[in-house]
Design a protein around this ligand. Structure first.
Ligand code: NAP
Length: 296
């Protein structure tokens, strides 16, 4: 097991809060399609291991049906609350955002989350609906039930709706992001508007998106820095000020991922990955809704 003491850097958000630059996710691998009350002990154990290794940024969502597991793991790991960074998201109960957060907090056994996200924009095409939902998110931040508010899987069009009327701009847009899905225009928009980007599926080129044109450059950089190709992908996000959200059920892998904190890619190496990655397009999530957006 790698014994990594290099601290995980933080990224400053537009509301003054800071977010640790790697997150442990409780979706995808842990997503429950069936009965939410059937507790997944492996998810709990993995989230406890992650915290013990130093992953204090934990990513959840009501739709994953694993908030109870995450709450149990937080209790078991006994990391002081102020050191943790807990995210959850609303989508199934978007019709009642305050009620959804109250339910999530109960399952998480917490009095507040650090980041609350609208999980996806597909609940409505209406500008007024988006603006109304955002106002509810702002109210939750003002009540101290979440430190920051943001969105996930939003296009520039939905973000524009919010910017027309918001008092508090979104702090974050959590999107699928990796060398085969670079979302160049959306990232430019985020930077121009002061929105931070979180990347889910950051390891896609070495998991379901491989093999592909970045394999050789990843292998060569992995040799240079003495790490695995996956850690090059995590670092590629961090060096572009993008926060990767990853996960693993394997303690060894979670430990290895932290080696991404021990080196930096130079601009030429980032560029080489960008150029090789742009030769292939791959989307692993939300294909039915988002594929048309990928080249915007
Ligand atoms: N907002 C959204 O719509 C959205 C959508 C998707 C995900 N997310 C969030 O992002 C988190 C991470 O998403 P993700 O799982 O797609 O992230 P990822 O970091 O791309 O992939 C992690 C998965 O890759 C596997 N893996 C790692 N290295 C591997 C290798 N060398 N070979 C084969 N498999 C390997 C791990 O499996 P092992 O357990 O075997 O290590 C783990 O299940 C989720 O948990 C969720 O919190 C959000």
């Amino acid at each position: 097991m790698a014994n990594i003491h290099t601290p995980i850097p933080n990224l400053k958000l537009n509301d003054g809060n800071s977010i640790p630059m790697i997150g442990f996710g409780t979706g995808t691998a842990w997503y429950k399609s069936g009965d939410e009350s059937k507790i997944d002990q492996v998810c709990i154990d993995s989230a406890v291991s992650a915290q013990k290794l130093g992953y204090y940024h934990l990513d959840g969502a009501e739709v994953y049906k694993t908030e109870t597991e995450l709450g149990t793991a937080i209790k078991e790991a006994k990391i002081p609350r102020e050191k943790l960074y807990v995210t959850t998201k609303v989508i199934s109960n978007i019709s009642d955002i305050p009620g959804a957060l109250a339910t999530s907090l109960k399952k998480l056994q917490l009095s507040y989350v650090d980041l609350y996200l609208i999980h996806a924009p597909f609940f409505s095409d209406s500008k007024a609906d988006h603006q109304h939902k955002w106002k509810q998110m702002e109210d939750l931040k003002e009540q101290g039930l979440t430190k920051s508010i943001g969105v996930s899987n939003y296009f520039t069009e939905h973000l524009d709706f919010i910017f027309e009327t918001c008092k508090i701009p979104p702090a974050i847009n959590q999107i699928e992001f990796h060398p085969y899905l670079q979302r160049t225009e959306l990232i430019k928009y985020h930077k121009a508007k002061g929105i931070a980007t979180e990347a889910y599926g950051p390891l896609t080129p070495v998991t379901k998106g491989g093999p592909g044109p970045v394999d050789d450059i990843l292998a060569s950089l992995a040799r240079k820095y003495g790490v695995n190709p996956g850690e090059i992908l995590l670092r590629w996000c961090i060096d572009q000020d993008i926060v990767p959200i990853t996960t693993s059920g394997k303690e060894q892998r979670l430990s290895d991922y932290l080696r991404a904190m021990t080196f930096k890619l130079n601009p030429k190496e980032i560029q080489q990955i960008n150029e090789a990655g742009s030769q292939k397009h791959f989307r692993g999530f939300w294909n039915h809704k988002l594929a048309a957006e990928d080249h915007r």
